[in-house]
Design a binder for this molecule. Structure first.
Ligand SMILES: *[C@@H]1O[C@H](CO)[C@@H](O)[C@H](O)[C@H]1NC(C)=O
Length: 205
């Protein structure tokens, strides 16, 4: 027997396939701060096109913890310009990626300041998430920019912040990049960006 699917049903199937998985959050309601590694995540997340919740990359390459510890820094001005671009509605969720260069690394005090600044630039009562930069499970010392133990150090700082009741932030888990997903030791290649995007979807929908 030959079955043909009426064209209107095909149309329905296609529409269903591109629906966001969860009730649609407001577009661009989730901001982020962090370096190029955060942009790699945002790139992948945006390319999956399941949700427009997270901001796309906005030029935070090289913006490690110390770029965010002064609430009036050029980095925060960049963040505020992004908010203005989305009609001035401050994000109701902000994800903070702790990124470091091997020297100077970062202190927990600096991470706390960065988080407090995120709260200041977000909507009142915003939910704040904190993660480390990605780790490299099958090649842990891969990222020369952060140093051999740098990525794990950022994860440890993020976990400590998540466990600190005073900060009221959530640590959702680790980002991971495997060997075939890395282009220069640190950054994600195209496959890595997709993988990071999927990991972000698992955390945040
Ligand atoms: C903690 O953060 C949540 C948002 O994640 C907010 O609703 C709540 O008011 C905050 N609690 C305190 C004590 O600031």
């Amino acid at each position: 027997m030959h079955l043909t699917i009426p064209p209107f049903l095909l149309g329905l199937a296609t529409a269903a396939a591109i629906q966001p998985r969860q009730s649609s959050p407001a577009p661009h309601s989730m901001g982020f701060i962090g370096c190029s590694m955060a942009e790699n995540v945002a790139q992948g997340y945006t390319s999956l096109a399941l949700s427009a919740k997270m901001w796309p990359p906005y030029g935070t390459n090289g913006l490690v913890v110390q770029s965010w510890t002064n609430t009036k820094s050029s980095s925060w001005q960049l963040f505020d310009r992004q908010v203005a671009k989305y009609g001035g509605s401050k994000p109701t969720e902000v994800w903070v990626m702790v990124c470091i260069f091997q020297n100077p690394g970062a202190t927990y005090e600096e991470v706390k300041t960065m988080i407090n600044n995120a709260r200041e630039h977000a909507a009142p009562g915003a939910k704040i998430y904190v993660t480390g930069q990605p780790v490299y499970p099958d090649n842990p010392s891969s990222c020369f920019l952060a140093g051999a133990s740098g990525p794990q150090a950022t994860v440890d700082l993020a976990k400590r912040a998540g466990a600190d009741a005073e900060l009221n932030v959530t640590y959702p888990g680790e980002f991971k990049l495997m060997k075939g997903e890395v282009q220069d030791g640190c950054h994600a290649n195209a496959a890595g960006q997709k993988s990071l995007g999927r990991q972000a979807l698992d955390f945040w929908g």
